[in-house]
Design a protein around this ligand. Structure first.
Ligand SMILES: [Zn+2]
Length: 497
């Protein structure tokens, strides 16, 4: 009797292990349309391109706050425009240029077949400032455009002037060899992406007014990441969606008074409790839906065995996976709406209790949530705390849900995935969720096919350069970018499909 029971349990265990193992070995595989052979492109002089990147890094198109550049401070933007005009004569001959919101540049390279929808490539001219006091931490000064050990250093190399220059290099190389696109090619260079994106937004409105739909929109967001944390190998990440954005203001009200006889549960204490409660009650995690599920599927065969086993058997390992993802900020941001308390305000004097204190909490909204569901979550979590209330705060940015997820079974994704794999020397391409906000978010109004990818192979430690110290890009990557953009333009605009 007992022997029979033990045998039964053993049989169940063996069965379970068999299921787990079989699922592991059958899990994963390429996502999206089959890869294609890419077209030949004109040779682009990488050193010349890097030199031009170095030149434009020295033009200080810095934006600090919405409305920048303030009237009278447009000088650097005008200088950059003149530089582009002088450096890329063949493209300027082939395309027309429209000024949007004064400083955003929209180039239109007319296609030969007006029945085909155009494509839109985007980059931005502006850069974030360098934190005062950190200039000396740089290997080379942030606005000198110096090239040291095969790397161009400077604020704006990765974000986003290397792409800006490389797109222009690609267009110039194609135009100067007489290439005629069948689809119209738009290139939009926004002037204020880092503060409000008003230029790109106006540019999208302009294209929409003309009744145009884009066959593909390509903006910044992802690269071939080396190594991709889940696999330890390079992966060409292609952003097919970006997270939304909402800031919620917590307000805590209580009797104020002299700090010599503080009451219990003063406004600041209650506010702190609210913040801690939000930290301890994170929004729910999910990796069961695209694009995150597809990212996992596309990279599974490159994962270490145990990791692959866990993802192949989420039904069994969900708890463990959630715990692992939650450990690092970047991984956590992919699977849930994140909670970030940023600005706190209480009393204006050290011996006065505030009657009201406030906290701004910035959330980056996962595709499963919305600004409304975030607010409902916050109110639910802080519900029992006396004197504390929550509401939307839109002083720093407009609330938005995550953008729709662009398809992976169309020509645009096929071209981008093929370029990513070639750029990454055979690296798999995977769709991904971009966790920051880009100008691309406005373009969902004029296209279903919005992607965020730059054809370059960026070491993961260099990603700290985004808005940080020692922002740099290798000269080799400047070449990859220019070649990749030329391949993308040509593959998307030759041979009508
Ligand atoms: Zn950027």
């Amino acid at each position: 009797m007992i022997r029979g029971l033990l045998l039964g349990i053993l049989a169940c265990l063996v069965g379970l292990v068999a299921i787990v193992v079989i699922r592991t070995f059958t899990f994963g595989g390429a996502v999206g349309a089959d890869r294609i052979a890419l077209p030949e492109t004109p040779v682009i002089d990488t050193d010349m391109a890097a030199g031009r990147l170095s030149d434009v890094l020295q033009i200080r198109t810095i934006t600090l706050q919405a409305g920048d550049p303030l009237p009278g401070r447009e000088g650097p933007w005008r200088e950059l425009e003149a530089y582009l005009e002088a450096s890329y004569p063949a493209f300027h001959q082939a395309a027309s240029k429209t000024h949007i919101a004064d400083l955003t540049l929209l180039y239109e390279w007319q296609g030969s077949n007006p029945d085909l929808d155009p494509i839109l490539l985007m980059a931005h001219q502006d850069v974030v400032p360098v934190n005062i006091g950190t200039e000396d931490d740089w290997t080379a000064p942030p606005f000198a455009g110096r090239i040291v050990d095969g790397h161009v250093y400077g604020r704006g190399t990765l974000d986003n002037k290397a792409s800006l220059i490389a797109i222009m290099e690609a267009a110039e190389a194609l135009a100067s060899t007489g290439y005629q696109p069948e689809r119209t090619v738009f290139i939009m260079l926004g002037h204020d992406e880092e503060v409000s994106g008003s230029g790109a937004r106006a540019g999208v409105a302009y294209l929409k007014d003309r009744g145009l739909r884009m066959e593909m929109v390509l903006d910044e967001g992802f690269v071939v990441v080396d190594p991709f944390p889940l696999t330890g190998t390079p992966v060409g990440m292609i952003g097919v969606s970006e997270k939304g954005y909402v800031t919620i203001r917590l307000t805590s009200e209580a009797a104020g008074g002299h700090s010599s006889q503080p009451p219990r549960n003063s406004a600041n204490v209650q506010l702190s409790r609210a913040i801690v409660a939000l930290e301890e009650n994170q929004m729910p995690a999910d990796f069961s839906r695209p694009p995150v599920s597809e990212m996992i599927q596309a990279t599974a065969s490159d994962m270490p065995f145990l990791q692959r086993m866990a993802f192949a058997n989420v039904w069994l390992f969900r708890g463990m996976l959630e715990k692992e993802f939650t450990k690092t900020g970047a991984a956590n941001a992919i699977i849930r709406t994140t909670t970030a308390p940023t600005m706190l305000q209480g009393s204006i004097k050290e011996n006065v209790l505030p009657q009201k204190s406030t906290a701004l909490v910035n959330f980056r909204v996962h595709p499963n949530d919305s600004p409304d569901s975030v607010l409902a979550h916050v109110r639910d979590v802080i519900g029992d705390l006396e004197g504390v209330s929550a509401d939307f705060d839109e002083t720093g940015g407009i609330s938005s849900s995550a953008s729709p997820v662009s398809p992976t079974d169309n020509r645009a994704y096929q071209v981008l995935a093929s370029v990513a794999t070639e750029t990454g020397d055979g690296a798999p391409a995977a769709p991904g969720l971009v966790i920051g906000a880009t100008d691309a978010r406005w373009t969902v109004e004029i296209s279903d096919n919005v992607y965020r990818f730059a054809p370059s192979v960026i070491p993961i430690e260099d990603l700290n350069g985004f808005h940080g110290t020692n922002e740099r890009i290798s000269v080799e990557n400047v070449g990859r970018l220019a070649r990749g953009y030329a391949q993308i333009i040509k593959a998307m605009t030759s041979e009508a499909r």
